[in-house]
Write a protein that binds this ligand. Sequence first.
Ligand SMILES: Nc1ncnc2c1ncn2[C@@H]1O[C@H](COP(=O)(O)OP(=O)(O)O)[C@@H](O)[C@H]1O
Ligand SMILES: [Mg+2]
Length: 675
Amino acid sequence: MDEYIVEGEGVPDNVLLSELSEDALFGNVTLRYEVDRIYTFTGEVCISMNPFRRIPGLEDTPEHMSKYVGRYPYENPPHPYSVGDTAYQNMLNTKKNQAILISGESGAGKTEAAKTVLRYISFATPTSKAKDMEKIKDQLLDSNPILEAFGNAKTIRNDNSSRFGKYMKISFNAANFPVGGSINVYLLEKSRVVTRAMDERSFHIFYNLLAGADDGLLSSLQLQRDPSAYKLLALSNCYTVNTINDKSDFAAVQAAMRTLEFPADVQQALWRYVSAVLHLGQVEFTASGDSAVVANENEVAIAAQLLNTDKAVLTKALLNRTVEAQGQSIVKPLDAATAVYARDSLCKTLYERCFLQVVRQINHTIENKTISGKEEVQIGLLDIYGFEVFEKNSFEQMMINYTNEKLQQVFIELTLKQEQEEYEREGIEWTPIQYFNNKVICDLIEAKPKGIIAFMDEACLMNKTEDVFLKSLGDNFRSHEHFEDFDKKKDKAIGKLDFRLKHYAGDVIYDMTGCLDKNTDQLFRDLTRALNASSDAPLKEMFPVSNETKKRPETAGAQFRRSVNELIDMLMACSPHYIRCIKPNANKRPDELDEELCRHQIRYLGLLENVRVRRAGFAYRNEYKRFQSRYKMIGAQSWPSFRGGDDKAATEYLVRDEMGITSDLYRLGEKKGFL
Ligand SMILES: Nc1ncnc2c1ncn2[C@@H]1O[C@H](COP(=O)(O)OP(=O)(O)O)[C@@H](O)[C@H]1O
Ligand SMILES: [Mg+2]
């Protein structure tokens, strides 16, 4: 404990701050950041400031990691290892699933923190002599480079930004050995394949493949090295990134695919699909009357060849749409603009399904195949995009920010509310803490039938335009506290197709231009059929044709709402642990602190609420039975067993007489003592 608090380095736990305020919290974490203490606890929540450089002594070495194994958090400098260790110990003690939630803005260090915790758990948990268990740990770690290649991209904020959410689970058997894992992914930002901001890149794998594939592979895919030759890559005018070596990353992906037992034909197929996306992106259309014709048939031919489909079938599907009307199928030619839309949706969908195929393949290898799932307990790691506020925010940002609102609900429900409920249950005197419950914003977005997503679905179903959609939002929510729409006189910042949501983290203006197309997210059935007709069996499975022709496919918004709610339900059934990541500056620079940016993050990560509850409450609690059996050795009257009454009396004796804690600093509840 002496080493734990070092003069001039702030306090390792914000709960120990003498004053409770944003200033004090900001002062403490930034003071620590300046002396390379990038981690600070707030009770059990670990705050991590991204240093944007390697800090000597903080490397994930066995010596470093071993210091935390089986230790209480206060015995060591704060570190995500402690969070991993607490989760593991908790799992052993309670046999309950544990979830480690890592949140923060893009570039704040979430993925790095997740990898650190995974490395730690993999280091600290026992391994039987059996080779296969050692292998599971390696495989879990090795899934990272593959997932990052397919799911990460360079953005303005982060050279290696995850463009999907990830929940990684490690399963433990009754003997507490890791026996398998699984990965769930959420909302890949597939629009990135066909559109993105200047100076950003598409998914790493495109550039990795072009730079790293050997000449034989490249020519079999009919690709050339130069990424600028491909329209889908050229559109944002950024090909290389200082911090990324595409060539060696490709080798790393191939190596990881070997570790993860991707069969050679599966690998080959993935490269074919990725290349087909690039070739499809080359396809251009010209107008012939009202109908589109393909301007460069050779690109369709190459794509068809890579996808094992017939060129004529693919061409027809790119240029026509079959509509069902009065029991009849009518084939209508597409105009050039719609053909572009169809082509782009094929590129996006093909890439997304390719990504999902990669995830399936990884899961196939790492899931536990030996033991029945019954006695398994899991530790999960959630690494998901934090709140996103850009200059222009659209459908994607709204979905991402909606997820963060929902995660804040988990935080409120599980941390703040449970804490308060426990005091009530235990009959402990308690002044309720005021905190903002953001459920009202979640409802505004997701409620059925009157929420933003529902109105968007309705507009899509009725083939309405975006201004009609925005009008319906305005009519319904104009008086809502967290919603503001276009009003020339009141607020110039909100344009005609915009609205502002007052998120718990701050205000964001969303531009809804194009949102209905994004929400419909339709791959025309003709294209699905064309790929389903492929002689490549896995590809055929990736594009199933449903028999029901009438049923409308689920919209992107509805799909997203469903998968977010599944995630939330699952998290609600776990014991949560938190790592909150802060980005000290927007320039990815070491030793630079942007005060406003930090304060903003401290505010919306709910850190202050967290300290408030922690400080108003009691940092330590334990059941009387456990408490007295853990500490009875320190009291003459309690060793070997207490003679003055029940477990509660024993606890009071130990706390008051043996530990000398004054009565204002502890409370005795129904079943537990609080310190
Ligand atoms: N603990 C850390 N130590 C050193 N550098 C870090 C650390 N965490 C993050 N970084 C740097 O910041 C970049 C962005 O971090 P990342 O985890 O990808 O952010 P996020 O997942 O939150 O978007 C990393 O590529 C790395 O360069
Ligand atoms: Mg990330």
